[in-house]
Each structure stands twice: as C-alpha cells, then as structure tokens.
Design a binder for this molecule. Structure first.
Ligand SMILES: NC(=O)c1ccc[n+]([C@@H]2O[C@H](COP(=O)([O-])OP(=O)(O)OC[C@H]3O[C@@H](n4cnc5c(N)ncnc54)[C@H](OP(=O)(O)O)[C@@H]3O)[C@@H](O)[C@H]2O)c1
Length: 283
C-alpha cells in the first residue's frame, strides 16, 4: 500500500482486517507506526515496498505524484510482472496514460475510483469502481472486495472509473454553486438560512449547507463532515482538464472553477464549501 493519508490508511486497515499480508510505505514515515501496530510491515523505500508484493495499491494526492514515485530509477525496473492498482483520483486521460506506461514497463494495471469517505471503507455498501483487463481484475477481485462490498467492475475501458467519478462530482458541483446563489438570494430577501434548511429533508447536503450558513460555522467539520473549498477547487480543475483533453465544451467547469478560485484567493480555501456564499456577498 503506497500512501497512508486518510484514504490509504483506511484501505490498509481494511486489508489487514481481512488478514491480508500488507506492506506499507508513506512519504512521511510517522504514518507507518499505527499500521505496523496492526500487523503491517513498514517499507523503508518505494522500491522495497514494491518488491515485497505482487500487487501494489496506490492512493496518494494525484497521478503526477504516482508517476514520479513509480518512475524513479530504483523502482521502475521492479514493476514488470506486478499489478499496480491506482486508487488516487485523476482524469480519464491520466488513467489511459498510466495504463500505457505500466504496460510498457511489463506490469498489469487496474484503475479505480473510490466513491466513499475513508470511514466507509470496508463496509458492505462501499462503492469502488474498477476498470482494466478482466483477467487481471478477476485475479484481484477478492482482495478488492474487502475494501468495498459494492465493488463494480466497469470493463476494459480504463478511463471509465475516472469518468464516472468526475461526472458525479460535476453534478454535485453544479448543485453546490446553485446552493450558494440560493442562500444569497434568501439572504437578500431577509429569509433566514434556517428557513431555507427546512426546505430539504434531514441528511440532505443542502440542508446541512444551509445550517452551516445560518450558524456561520464555516470551519471544516464544525457542524458536518465535508470537503474543503480547496479540495473542490481541485475537482473543478480536473473537470477543466478533462474538457480540454476530450475537446468538449468547458463553459460550466470554467465558470465553477472561477468562483472556487476566487474563494481560495479570498482565504476561504480551508473552509467548508458553504463558505462559497462569502464570495457572492461582494458587489
Ligand atoms: N478522503 C476522501 O474522502 C477521498 C475519497 C475518495 C478518493 N480520495 C482520493 O484518495 C487520494 C488520497 O486522499 P486522502 O484523503 O488520503 O488524502 P490525504 O489524507 O491528504 O493524504 C494524501 C496522501 O498522499 C501522499 N502524497 C501527496 N503528495 C505526495 C508526493 N508528491 N509523493 C508521495 N506521496 C504524496 C501523502 O503523503 P504524506 O503523508 O507524506 O503527506 C498522503 O499519504 C486522493 O487522490 C483523493 O482524491 C479521497
């Protein structure tokens, strides 16, 4: 397991719970000890980690970082004959490029998208999307099933998990940008955000966002779990990158990205995305 951030740690824990033999590596070594305490072996380097196992799961910030780690001189020669399963978030083109590159190195490659928060990893209804060679998927199916019971094999189109992940995120971002304007609209008509919240059922994200606006509690997770404006800005950038790669209309990603960039520039990057309303309060 390469990468022990919030998600990589959850994945490693699920593998250990299912009694797999797990070697872990992380750029910052202090994250190794808690996994070692659960029975994982800690590798001193990426090269050591890779040589310890026929299958390498990667879950780090982005594909560029993965490429740098796996492409290092002392690592790349060990990829042949092994399977790399990338669970970092990326674009369809990045998935295609990774598959091409791993094949040229003599390795097998599966690309995945995790449609859950770390706390749900291992649950029976946790959805994980995977694509790549069917034979390779079948070889690793039971191992992947312990990460999420709702494991969906999407076929040999390696770009499919990233495409569906980005498509779902695009839908969510459209709703969130709509929410920010809606909350500002209520504010301008002296209708409380608490009243707006009651328009949505309990558990609906719009209700949570309206409650955050009403309480003015924009600090992350002070009322509800959610990703920061900075994280969502990264998503908007990936939507722009996909539109550019695929040469499709990018007006909506460009528009959304512009609003999120303004929010980050105004210092709201580490706040809940409900704070988007703040950039709409200016003239
Ligand atoms: N958290 C979620 O809810 C969620 C849901 C679905 C998908 N994902 C995806 O899962 C991936 C990891 O997310 P996370 O939540 O675990 O993030 P995180 O807690 O911020 O951890 C990021 C991980 O990436 C590593 N990393 C970053 N840049 C690196 C580099 N240049 N070289 C080596 N390692 C590097 C970090 O190492 P250090 O510890 O040394 O910083 C850390 O292990 C992301 O692609 C994310 O989009 C996350």
């Amino acid at each position: 397991m390469i990468g022990l951030g919030a998600m990589g740690t959850a994945l490693a824990r699920a593998l250990l719970s299912a009694e797999h033999s797990v070697t872990v590596w992380n750029r910052s070594p202090e994250k190794l000890a808690p996994l070692e305490a659960l029975g994982a072996s800690a590798a001193a380097s990426v090269a050591d980690a890779i040589q310890s196992s026929p299958v390498i799961l990667v879950c780090i910030d982005n594909y560029a970082a993965t490429n740098k780690l796996l492409g290092a001189d002392d690592v790349v020669s060990h990829i042949s004959g092994r399977t790399v399963i990338q669970l970092s978030t990326g674009t369809p083109k990045e998935a295609r490029d990774s598959e091409d590159w791993l094949r040229r190195c003599g390795g097998d490659y599966l690309d995945g998208a995790i449609m859950e928060y770390p706390k749900s990893i291992g649950a029976a209804d946790a959805m994980i999307l995977i694509a790549g060679s069917e034979a390779v998927f079948e070889r690793h199916r039971s191992m992947l099933e312990c990460l999420g019971g709702d494991l969906r094999y999407l076929g040999e189109n390696i770009a499919a998990p990233a495409a569906l992940d980005l498509a779902s995120l695009s839908y969510s971002l459209g709703k969130y940008v709509g929410f920010a304007h809606a909350a500002r609209l209520c504010e301008s008509e002296r209708v409380g955000a608490d009243q707006f919240a009651l328009m949505f059922p309990v558990g609906d994200r719009a209700r949570e966002l309206a409650e955050i606006v009403h309480a003015g509690a924009y600090e992350l997770s002070s009322l509800y779990d959610g990703a920061s404006i900075r994280v969502w800005e990264g998503v908007a950038q990936r939507l722009q990158a996909q539109a550019l790669d695929a040469e499709i209309n990018s007006e909506i990603p460009d528009f959304i990205s512009g609003i999120f960039k303004r929010a980050v520039a105004a210092g709201h990057g580490e706040e809940d995305l409900a704070a988007l309303i703040k950039v709409l309060r200016g003239a």
